[in-house]
Design a protein around this ligand. Structure first.
Ligand code: SF4
Length: 218
């Protein structure tokens, strides 16, 4: 994909996204922009299906809506609430630890800077970018597996890791597309540009796409 094609591609992706279910994290961000909810939901979502994350987050937020609330829960109670998200035991301990750190070092507020977010144990660049963009409406590019895969298939970047992709996109992509990109590509990646055997024959971005690394398609 050439730089000059990006505006048209984003326009198509926006139209396409209406056809599909909204990713859970986008829903959370839309519900009053609570950075704490975005942070907790993002931790729960790692290596977990959207529907499982949705149910687990709902159960957990019924028990705790703030860092203080989460910190007061026993790890076993958190585990039970978030089961069966991937690595639920690790995540339960991590969430409690994050809640404690927010209370002790950040006045019970979720930091609104990349440095502050990355200082929380277990928070990586993907989560930090998501909290910045969806929780605070600040510039950032959240690169998950979908964004990394699709940007490479397009030939827009040529990178080996999501982190490399994030920095390549920060250099190349116009700032006005930073926040929306994750949202659009998660939906597009779940439904059209699937990890294995993407639906290239009916893809509306076909003419822009280098299809780099695509060996099997439908
Ligand atoms: S043409 Fe295929 S590889 Fe390219 S964006 Fe569409 S589905 Fe993905």
């Amino acid at each position: 994909m050439r730089q000059s094609d990006m505006a048209a591609a984003i326009k198509i992706l926006k139209k396409e996204s209406i056809r599909f279910e909204t990713p859970y994290l986008t829903e959370v961000a839309g519900e009053g922009k609570d950075p704490f909810r975005v942070l907790v939901s993002c931790v729960l979502s790692l290596r977990t299906k959207d529907s499982t994350t949705r149910a687990a987050s709902t159960r957990l937020f019924e028990k705790a809506k703030t860092p203080a609330g989460l910190s007061s829960l026993a790890v076993g109670v958190i585990e039970k609430a978030i089961y069966p998200v991937g690595f639920y035991r690790v995540k339960a301990r991590r969430l409690r630890q994050i809640a404690n750190e927010l209370i002790s070092r950040h006045y019970s507020r979720v930091p609104d800077t990349m440095e502050g977010l990355l200082s929380l144990k277990g928070v990586g660049r993907k989560t930090a970018n998501l909290v910045l963009t969806m929780g605070y409406n600040k510039p950032g590019i959240c690169v998950d597996t979908h964004v990394h895969r699709i940007a490479n298939r397009w030939g827009y970047v040529k990178t080996k890791t999501p982190e490399e992709t994030e920095f390549a996109l920060r250099r190349k992509l116009l700032r006005r597309y930073w926040i929306v990109l994750n949202d659009l590509l998660v939906t597009f990646g779940q439904n059209v540009c699937r990890p294995i055997s993407p639906f290239c024959s009916g893809c509306r971005l076909f003419r822009f796409c280098a299809r780099a690394g695509v060996e099997r398609a439908r």
